[in-house]
Design a protein around this ligand. Sequence first.
Ligand SMILES: [Zn+2]
Length: 91
Amino acid sequence: MTRRVFRYVPFTVEQDRTAEPEYEARCVSGDDTECGAESGTHRDPGPVEEWQRRHTQETGHRRYRRDFGDYAVMRPPAGLAELARVTGDTV
Ligand SMILES: [Zn+2]
């Protein structure tokens, strides 16, 4: 007789290195309405910060909303991945 046992699996959360992370900023300066100027999306923070410096220089605006996005993959422990390969389960 077989019994299914659900056990705690210590997955590791890893950054998906096959997908580029994304950095961007939006100018939220302004009293009534936000300026709304956007840096565009970049793969590292350098160009975003440079855009902010330039925008501040040109407009005097000093407040920005910054967004960072990346992708994560859940990595099962090595032994479990091997077991899943044998039994055909997806982990
Ligand atoms: Zn602005």
